[in-house]
Structures are given as structure tokens and as C-alpha cells.
Design a protein around this ligand. Sequence first.
Ligand code: UT7
Length: 323
Amino acid sequence: MLASRVLGTGSVLPERIMRNTDFEGVVETSDEWIRQRTGIEQRHIAGEGETTVSLGTEAARRALAASGLVPTDIDLIILATSTPDNTFPASAVQIQERLGITTGFAFDVQAVCSGFVYALTTADLYIRGGMARRVLVIGAETFSRLLDWNDRTTCVLFGDGAGALVLEGFEAEEGAERPGILVSKLRSDGRHREKLYVDGGPSSTGTVGKLRMEGREVFKHAVGMITDVIEDSFAATGLGAGDIDWFVPHQANRRIIDASARKLGISPEKVVVTVDRHGNTSAASIPLALDTAVRDGRVKRGDLVLLEAMGGGFTWGAVLVRW
Ligand code: UT7
């Protein structure tokens, strides 16, 4: 059967770092509150000329280099983002152009913080369906440009960045010991729209809008939704928490990450955490965390890696992948 495996990863962060103390005196907050409630210590903020397309392109270049490929080896680009450079064309097509690729096709996927899990699942299906062989899956965001910088309940939480990986199709044996994506479980439920949304858009207001969130309400649902799709993934593969080598969750809040790992019975030393340095980078958070753990030598060939995310919509999902 056809399956997809990971060839390499890459990521990039904007140069400018904003520390918690930089918010003190600007909005009514403190380094202590932000650390205690979220685990965030700093985040990177895009500067002039840095956009979702420029960050996504650089992350893609680094993932290609790590994979030993050149851009023209790629026949599909899927970009997960909620902060495209333009309403259209898709930022994925602009990244395709910057990489010098004029063959194949590219499109954006929009599932907010779950975007990377959705994009990875979509890429896997294109590969298994035989429509693409080598796919660049990118998560790139510039959430700093959607923030209301006077709203202390949201502006301290988010950061900018991009991560990417290359998937390749191969003839695989059945079973959970093989390399590659083993299972994906995706969910959404639009009844939760008001809890996390952007109050503008081309068809409603004709403006870009600003991010609005009832953080406590999102928090209340997060752990249950995350652990549900992970348990569904375990049931589908016969794998369990004890088989996981690395848990690479969406990086929104340290308390959500810790509570999810605890509920699943995954020990803390197997959890990859970058929220302290990156903040919440939405669809970029998983590939940024993955690339960090690949490059520092934690994630190795043969390891079982569990990815999960939950965010606006609500959308949520999990992917199990053997490296
Ligand atoms: O990635 C997409 C998914 N998003 C998430 O997963 C985010 C989920 N939610 C969260 O991470 C947390 O709910 C927050 C970090 C957003 C908030 O933490 P919390 O422990 O749920 O705090 P809270 O919203 O219950 O607020 C507690 C207090 C409030 O004051 P009162 O009403 O108790 O007087 C807030 O007004 O903290 C206040 N507060 C702040 N204080 C200082 C809210 N933001 C701040 C701030 N600095 N930045």
C-alpha cells in the first residue's frame, strides 16, 4: 500500500523578540501573570518586510535542505495559515513562486491552530491517493498582525513564525511498526465560533478584523477535546500512551499541555515544549516544535511521535507518525 513518510523539517522565527516585561506598562499585566497562567516567557514578532509568505518560504527552504531535495522535486505545497499575505491568491501559491516551482499545485488550508494537523492529513491523503509524491507541508503565521494590542487578554499570548516538513510517498507494509503517518483524526464544531474568532473578513465587514477570545471558555474545552482524538487514534492503531516516544502538542498554554499529558499518562520528559520561547504561533506551533526536537536530536528515526492541536472554530485533531 502507499503511505507517506517524513523526509525532513525546517523552521524560522522572526528576528525581533518581545519579552513579557516589554508588555508591562503598555497593558495592565506582568511577567509573573503571563508566566504563571501560560508558561510563556517571550515570543517572536514579525518586523517590516517579514510576512507569512516570507517566513513560510524560508521554513520550506530549510525543510528541503534537511530532506536533501531541491524545490523542483516538490509536486504539492499545502500551507496551513489563518494570516495569509492577501485574501487571495493563496499564500501557498506565492511560496511556490518564490521557491521557483512552476509545476504541480499549491493551496492554503485554514483551520486556525489545528491548521498544521489538517494540512498534514490532507497531504497524506493526496499521497495515498496517488495524486502527489513529494509534498511540502508548511505552517506559517503572523498573528501579531491580527492582535488588538490594547487587549491584555489576547495580545500577550501569540507570536509569529513558520515551520515545514517534507512528506514522501512510498510502498509500505501494513501495521503500526512501519514508518510514516499511521493515523489522523480530525474534528470541528462551529457552535463554539464566538469563543475564538476574528471580528472581520472580506465577506462580512470588508476588513481584516482583530482576534477575539474568551480564553477561559477555550481552556475549559481544550483538554477534553485533545485527549478524545488522541484516544481515538490509539484505538485505531492498537497503540497506547506507553508507545509514544515524543508528544509534540500545539503550543498554546503550558497548563493545557501538562494537563493533556497527565490525563493521557504520557510522562513529562516525553513532551516537547516551546511555548515558553515562541508563545502561541497557531498553525506554525507544531512544525516549529517538531523542528526544534529533530534538530536537537530528541526525535530520531523509528520514534513514535504524537501531534495534536485544538483551536478556533472549534477545530481539533491528532496525528500519529513514526519518524
Ligand atoms: O491556540 C488556540 C487555543 N487557545 C488556547 O488554548 C487558549 C486557552 N486559554 C488560555 O490559555 C487561558 O484561558 C488564558 C491564558 C487565556 C487565561 O488564563 P486563565 O487562567 O483562564 O485566566 P482568566 O481568563 O480566568 O483570567 C483571570 C484573571 C481575570 O481577572 P478577574 O476577572 O479574575 O479579575 C483576567 O481579567 O486574569 C485577568 N487577566 C490578566 N491579568 C494580567 C487576563 N489577561 C491578563 C493579563 N495580565 N495579560
